[in-house]
Write a protein that binds this ligand. Structure first.
Ligand code: FES
Length: 64
């Protein structure tokens, strides 16, 4: 699913940036993938994906 149409960024790409590159907020995601630096319509959804990915990650770590 595309989150950012301007840069062709998918939810998978955002999740990967969080889990593999340590992106933890919108500013870092913007630096990494440029998400949100054109029209800005994707920012809210991108933020939600960052948040839910971080929550999933920490749940996984608790189990491990
Ligand atoms: S859709 Fe992401 S900047 Fe436009």
């Amino acid at each position: 699913m595309y989150v950012c149409m301007c840069y062709g960024i998918t939810d998978t790409a955002i999740k990967r940036a969080v889990t593999e590159d340590g992106v933890g907020n919108m500013r870092q995601l913007k630096e990494q993938l440029q998400v949100g630096s054109q029209c800005g319509r994707c920012i809210q959804m991108a933020q939600q994906i960052i948040d839910s990915t971080i929550i999933d990650e920490s749940l996984f770590k608790d189990v491990g």
